[in-house]
Design a protein around this ligand. Structure first.
Ligand SMILES: *[C@@H]1O[C@H](CO)[C@@H](O)[C@H](O)[C@H]1NC(C)=O
Ligand SMILES: *[C@@H]1O[C@H](CO)[C@@H](O)[C@H](O)[C@H]1NC(C)=O
Ligand SMILES: *[C@@H]1O[C@H](CO)[C@@H](O)[C@H](O)[C@H]1NC(C)=O
Ligand SMILES: *[C@@H]1O[C@H](CO)[C@@H](O)[C@H](O)[C@H]1NC(C)=O
Length: 849
């Protein structure tokens, strides 16, 4: 660096260390708890070890203070465990035993407990029921980590408590196996005890504006912690308190989910006197608001729903930061909690004092209820404050945390896994027993079972399933729910359910899970031959990477499409199985339905509903000659249908599913022009919430590939949004995504369309058949939406839901309907998505409005 002083080079590391230390102290503030007050213990972890984040976990033995315990290693490592430490070792308590930790009597502490219910030598986790107390505070009673994980479809769970000052120099954690279960034992894999700053003060009681609750002496359990409108924040990315913040989308109610926004790069989050540890800037610099349309906003509440225990007290901490408006009375809204007005007039700028200044509001609600399911949800809703006549009718939220509060007892019942889930487990168990002795490590496991699924996303998805299904099948789901509370655990998976592999058997597939086999029909090869006149080439309706697609007839006249795999292709085998596994569990009006499959020897076939009108592509252009011109309205309806199908894949199913090969040949049309998304051969479940993406080998079709995916090999649902953007331009311009015969700058439709859009010459390249027939506003709305889909960075692309909204709007504009009509559309949507039934045994899962 400085050549005149060459000998100081060795000082640079030290210099940087000092700088970093200063910077660290500066950002974390001086009230950062002392590191000496923080214990991170791997239970049964001799010699300690580091987790994948590089955090050091110390051995726990010197804190074990009474009773008998043994240490053990888990016999199975679930593929969803991101880190061996602390989950793969446990301390097991066959009888009552305790830990004793030194604490400061007047300080508050985080207590984080980690449980991985695996088989530990001969300790079977399904026998583990125990209670846990922290001095006199009851944290758990009759707790089964195994049942809880099962209900959440998670391999492990992390619980976070915040203990009020204990007035004692020590904290004794007592584990006590249940007396009501033979052979019950207690166990724990990891314990974190961290002194925490004064995060809690007082809060108003909703419905009793004059009453405030003193939070200081109350203990709490963290139920939900969401970065609203933003992404997962890992403990290392938190502002010094190692918390995890999850995406809020799984908790949104209905289809009117508003829009997400992000602070402009030049807006700095200005904490002023508020300590940064309250929440990191990444929480305050993203948000969800209602949308641009005042009339729409007046008709709905932006609503989140959380499952909670009835008859308990909850603290809802709402985080706000307006990084867009800067004047008082621009944005004023109402806050409702459990349908009661928490605040009638809320103006973020008026409270915070300026643009980019974060604030939070604390409310306490009591969930009055009974065991019949009343009181087990907590509703948070926002609505513009019409009476205040603000400049914009909108509302805003940046983050939310929900804590259960009590001064003596935070325990709740175990969740009841759904009956369906139990049935599946039972089927899988029987199947496994039958197949015993056969090697289970298979490719398929990696392709499907090992496709670990995203954090709160999945759990929350299940939560939503629970909420949605409750209306129809109240018996299937628990009414007592602390359990559905999905906060902790980085990834979740169905990986504990082992996938099958083995020698051929005749009556069914040897590769598919029992569950899948139960869900769709099995055809014999003879039936397939019969349906297709022995695979006669005259019946071929398409050829794909997988093999040929035949038209066929089954059951005396029912038309089907039969995809026959090319036995040579190993890739084909995997994709075949992916497709069956995925499709058999998915039913939606805008997804092609899988009727069944055939697997006999080398032969594999998939049987689908026949789509009479073929692919979208062939109606746009075919050998440059359009068959019969689709009107703009028809095209919009087709795009909306396909977008609904993709939206369902991304958010409606049990797992987030990324299609990975969205293109006009994978959008099919039935005899009524209803668009259906097809071809799930490349689909992946994901994203992995810890990283927000799934890392994979790049697959997909050129011309449609997300550049970000290509660069970083990281897959998110925004990769599908990108490809869908290309589809939108294809629909508008009626030309292929790639056309090598054109001049260089026009070869790629995405590049060319964006270039024209930016130059304002898009009109020159739209399908000549459409010229003069599109309402200019509709065209603008559509083109803007398509352009956003093609944003280079996934974060800048809209969600499928936002996109749907825009497409519907474009359709309304085309139909010359007033904006008001679009709100009735939103209502239709609500029904459509609410009623989508995710159970697997129901073949008719379309909207039943
Ligand atoms: C605290 O928990 C106990 C035991 O579950 C319950 O009886 C009491 O009502 C709770 N208190 C509050 C304020 O929720
Ligand atoms: C709040 O209102 C919604 C919609 O009307 C209703 O479904 C829900 O049960 C209510 N929640 C509570 C806690 O009263
Ligand atoms: C919003 O929620 C509040 C409280 O539940 C309710 O009174 C109001 O009618 C709702 N408004 C709309 C437009 O749904
Ligand atoms: C303990 O939990 C299990 C599973 O939720 C339940 O079946 C059992 O009745 C509970 N036992 C007691 C004593 O509460």
């Amino acid at each position: 660096m400085n050549k005149k002083v060459p000998n100081t080079n060795h000082l640079f590391p030290l210099f940087w260390l000092v700088c970093i230390t200063i910077w660290f102290n500066a950002i974390h503030g001086s009230s950062q708890p002392n590191k000496a007050d923080s214990l991170i213990l791997g239970c049964g972890l001799e010699g300690g070890g580091k987790d994948t984040d590089g955090r050091q976990w110390e051995p726990d033995n010197k804190y074990v203070s009474g009773g008998k315990s043994v240490t053990s290693k888990a016999t199975f490592q679930d593929p969803s465990l991101l880190s061996v430490v602390p989950y793969m070792t446990a301390r097991i308590f066959p009888s009552e035993a305790a830990y004793k930790f030194p604490v400061q009597p007047d300080k508050r502490y985080w207590l984080r407990l980690h449980f991985y219910p695996a088989l530990y030598s001969n300790f079977d986790p399904s026998n583990s029921y125990f209670s846990l107390t922290a001095n006199d505070v009851v944290l758990l009673t009759n707790f089964s980590a195994s049942i809880t994980c099962q209900a959440l479809s998670q391999a492990y769970i992390d619980r976070e408590y915040s203990l009020a000052p204990l007035n004692s120099n020590s904290l004794t954690l007592t584990f006590k196996p249940s007396e009501h279960h033979n052979g019950a034992f207690a166990f724990v894999n990891g314990i974190q005890l961290v002194q925490m700053p004064d995060l809690f003060d007082t809060a108003t009681m909703v419905g009793f504006a004059d009453q405030s609750v003193d939070l200081k002496p109350l203990h709490s359990q963290t139920m939900f912690r969401l970065n609203v409108g933003g992404q997962f924040i890992s403990p290392m990315q938190d502002s010094g308190l190692s918390r995890m913040w999850y995406d809020d989308t799984p908790y949104l109610y209905g289809a009117a989910t508003g829009v997400t926004t992000q602070a402009a790069k030049d807006v700095k989050i200005n904490y002023q006197t508020m300590p940064q540890y309250v929440a990191p800037p990444s929480v305050y610099s993203t948000s969800r608001s209602m949308g641009e349309d005042k009339d729409v906003n007046l008709r709905y509440n932006l609503t989140w729903v959380f499952n909670v225990d009835p008859n308990s007290m909850y603290l809802a901490r709402l985080h706000f930061c307006d990084y867009y408006y800067s004047q008082v009375n621009e944005l004023v809204f109402q806050i409702f909690l459990n349908n009661q007005t928490a605040t009638d007039v809320f103006d973020v700028i008026a409270v915070s004092g300026g643009k980019g200044v974060p604030i939070y509001k604390d409310y306490v609600v009591y969930t009055q209820g009974n065991d019949e399911g009343v009181g087990n949800t907590l509703w948070l809703a926002l609505h513009p404050s019409v009476d205040q006549k603000p400049s914009y009718y909108d509302a805003l939220l940046n983050g939310v945390e929900i804590f259960k509060l009590n001064d003596t007892d935070l325990s709740g019942p175990n969740p009841l896994p759904s009956e369906l889930m139990e049935e599946h487990e039972e089927k899988e168990r029987t199947f496994e027993e039958e197949e015993e002795g056969v090697s289970t490590a298979t490719k398929r496991h990696i392709v499907i079972g090992g496709a670990t699924v995203g954090g709160a996303g999945l759990v929350a998805a299940i939560l939503i399933v629970a909420l949605k299904n409750k209306k129809k099948a109240p018996a299937s789901y628990s009414n007592t729910t602390s359990s559905w509370l999905p906060v902790y655990g980085n990834t979740h998976t169905n990986g504990t359910k082992k996938s099958m592999s083995g020698k051929s058997n005749s009556g069914g597939s040897n590769h598919l899970s029992a569950m899948t086999q139960g869900l769709c029909r099995y055809f014999s090869l003879q039936e397939m031959r019969h349906a297709t006149k022995n695979f006669d080439d005259s019946n071929v309706i398409g050829v794909g990477g997988f093999g040929k697609v035949y038209k066929g007839v089954i059951d005396n006249g029912f038309k089907v499409a039969i995809k026959r795999s090319n036995p040579q292709s190993e890739q084909g085998v995997n994709e075949f199985q992916t497709e069956i596994e995925m499709l058999s569990k998915l039913r939606h009006k805008h997804l092609v339905s899988l009727i069944g499959f055939c697997e006999e020897g080398e032969e594999m076939c998939l049987v689908y509903d026949y789509m009479a009108l073929g692919t979208l592509r062939e109606h746009l252009y075919k050998g440059n000659k359009p068959l019969e011109t689709l009107t703009w309205k028809q095209r919009l309806e087709i795009c909306i249908g396909a977008a609904r199908g993709l939206h369902y894949l991304h958010t409606g199913a049990k797992y987030t599913i990324i299609h990975r090969d969205v293109k006009t040949t994978n959008i099919l049309l039935d005899e009524n022009w209803v668009a259906k998304v097809s071809d799930f051969g490349l689909s992946k479940t994901g994203p992995n919430m810890n990283q927000g993406h799934v890392t994979t080998v790049v697959k997909g079709s050129f011309g449609y590939l997300d550049p970000e995916y290509f660069r970083r090999q990281q897959l998110t649902e925004k990769s599908d949004v990108y490809s869908f953007g290309v589809v939108l331009f294809e629909v508008l311009c009626a030309r292929p995504a790639l056309n090598p015969n054109l001049p260089k700058d026009q070869v790629s439709l995405s590049d060319w369309a964006l270039q024209c859009k930016r130059k304002g010459t898009l009109e020159n390249i739209i399908d000549p058949c459409l010229k003069g027939k599109i309402n200019p506003e509709s065209l603008n709305k559509f083109a803007d939406a398509a352009e956003k889909c093609l944003s280079d960075c996934g974060l800048d692309r809209p969600s499928m839901n936002d996109l749907l909204w825009n497409l519907e709007f474009a359709l309304n504009l085309q139909e010359n309907l007033a904006a008001a009509a679009s709100s009735s559309h939103v209502d239709d949507e609500t029904h459509q998505f609410e009623e989508v039934n995710l159970n697997n045994d129901n073949n008719d899962m379309e909207a039943q409005t």
